[in-house]
Design a protein around this ligand. Sequence first.
Ligand SMILES: C[S@@+](CC[C@H](N)C(=O)[O-])C[C@H]1O[C@@H](n2cnc3c(N)ncnc32)[C@H](O)[C@@H]1O
Length: 177
Amino acid sequence: MGSSRLGYRSHSFLNEYIQRNECKRMMEIGVADGENARNMIRVAIRNFSPEEVEYYGFDLFGGNNDFKLSLVRQKLKEMKCKFKLFKGDSVETLPEVVETLPKMSLIFIDGGHSHATVKSDWENSKCLMHNETAVFFHNYDFSGPKMVVDNIPRENYQVKIIHPKSDSVTALVKKRV
Ligand SMILES: C[S@@+](CC[C@H](N)C(=O)[O-])C[C@H]1O[C@@H](n2cnc3c(N)ncnc32)[C@H](O)[C@@H]1O
């Protein structure tokens, strides 16, 4: 898990990309405790008012009660941006809502790391890409993400493997236009 001056669970490569490319609509698959969400939003609102920033998060949010979901919801409410959280297996939840979601500036795929889950997350994320959307696959060095990324057709997508300092190897995928 990465860290930077923004604190634990902050990925400097995401924060730098958000700042430089003025991202305001972000999706994260694998929200965990919402710390990375909060940091990404914090960077986005340097360029936009909080009301203009949107965050969409998918996670299991652990188990039968909504305790973890409530904690993340409370953190994000404090950011005053627009946000939606989806609880459950992204293999099911993301296809259920994908047609209702807008195109994203940035998508961070960091949920389940099995090949089947990452493949499903990528297939659905593709529907939410415009010509400038950046899709980051965390832990490219894990077999699931690696197999998915390695099979992305290079004639349609640019794929860059990045080695952030003190963080996991990550793939950055953009449409070739
Ligand atoms: C590595 S953590 C995410 C870390 C977070 N992105 C960050 O940067 O701090 C992975 C998260 O994915 C969630 N997860 C695992 N499998 C999932 C699945 N099939 N669908 C949705 N979320 C999943 C876990 O509950 C966990 O919170």
